[in-house]
Design a protein around this ligand. Structure first.
Ligand code: ASP
Length: 304
């Protein structure tokens, strides 16, 4: 069954801290992304086309920590990471520490399809973007006031870890197409106040992003240092492949046992080849959405 699921990050904020207006902004963005991705599937396009289309919409939304709404590094710069993976061929592409690419997910796809490499970073990745005719933008495109204020508070030490670790707004998508083929994509600005060329889990295949038709497609969000050490995305797939666990069981184990066991916070979306979707998170909430050929079209934030 054609299906697409997305996330817009996991967080620990309290229900009362989210106004109705704010939720409507998130909800509208999530629905727009669901529709953009599902349109691809419905038109007979691949799951790769669907996850790329959905993530591109979310990258243009300032409310999420990806593309336009990316968080700031310690030096006041937005540095973006993204990855995409094809479950049929196990090919993957990823990019890290981009400063001028409007849609990192599309550059990740070009890395997969038009380069002999999997992961390109920094200036070299942007040279490749130029060669590929990928849209570049001024750094000011990524400057949003609420993110900048977040950085200032973090730098002054006033907020602390609490606020920075309060909401991870990374975005991601997983999908299955008419051939029963899976794909996953993730895009992020990383963590507020990150330093020294820090790269998180999102562009690391097997940590924040993974897809294999033998098991599932996964996109994660949360504290990247922990998701990296948990090899979170691949771990969900490995449990399905080696232990025969259903996608929901594997996803829950990775978040509630493995990630939690390391002391990390976050969540993930996973989908198997029949279109079964699992969301797992050990934060209070996770922005999420699902659309499929049965007519389901839902968004959510707090646990059902
Ligand atoms: N996982 C991302 C990172 O650590 C952050 C997020 O999910 O918002 O780079």
């Amino acid at each position: 069954m054609l299906a697409l699921a997305i996330h817009g990050g996991a967080g620990s904020f309290a229900p009362e801290s989210l106004t109705v207006e704010r939720w409507h902004a998130y909800d509208a963005a999530l629905r727009q992304a669901l529709d953009a991705g599902f349109r691809q599937l419905d038109a007979g396009q691949s799951s790769l086309d669907a996850v790329e289309a959905a993530v591109r919409v979310l990258e243009d939304e300032p409310v999420f920590n990806a593309g336009r709404g990316a968080v700031f590094s310690h030096d006041g710069i937005n540095e973006l990471d993204a990855a995409i993976m094809d479950g049929a061929s196990l090919r993957a592409g990823a990019v890290a520490a981009l400063r001028h690419v409007r849609h990192p997910v599309s550059l990740a796809r070009r890395v997969m399809e038009n380069s002999p490499h999997v992961l390109l970073a920094g200036a070299g990745a942007e040279d490749f973007a130029l060669e590929q005719g990928i849209e570049l933008c001024a750094r000011s495109w990524f400057h949003t006031e609420h993110r900048y204020q977040q950085l200032l508070r973090a730098r002054s030490g006033e907020t602390a870890a609490a606020e920075c670790l309060d909401y991870f707004g990374t975005v991601g998508a997983v999908a299955v197409d008419a051939h029963g083929s899976l794909a996953a994509a993730t895009s992020t600005g990383g963590m507020t106040g990150k330093r020294w060329g820090r790269i998180g889990d999102s562009p690391i295949i097997g940590a924040g992003t993974y897809a294999s038709n033998a098991s599932c497609a996964v996109s994660a969000t949360g504290h990247g240092e922990f998701l990296l050490r948990a090899t979170a995305a691949r771990e969900v797939a490995a449990r399905m492949e080696h232990l025969g666990e259903p996608v929901g069981t594997a996803a829950a184990f990775v978040i509630h046992q493995r990630l939690q066991g390391l002391g990390g916070q976050g969540g993930l979306v996973a989908m198997d080849a029949s279109g079964t979707v699992a969301f797992a998170y050990n934060t209070r909430a996770m922005f999420r959405g699902v659309i499929d050929a049965s007519g389901r079209r839902e968004t959510g934030l707090f646990p059902p």
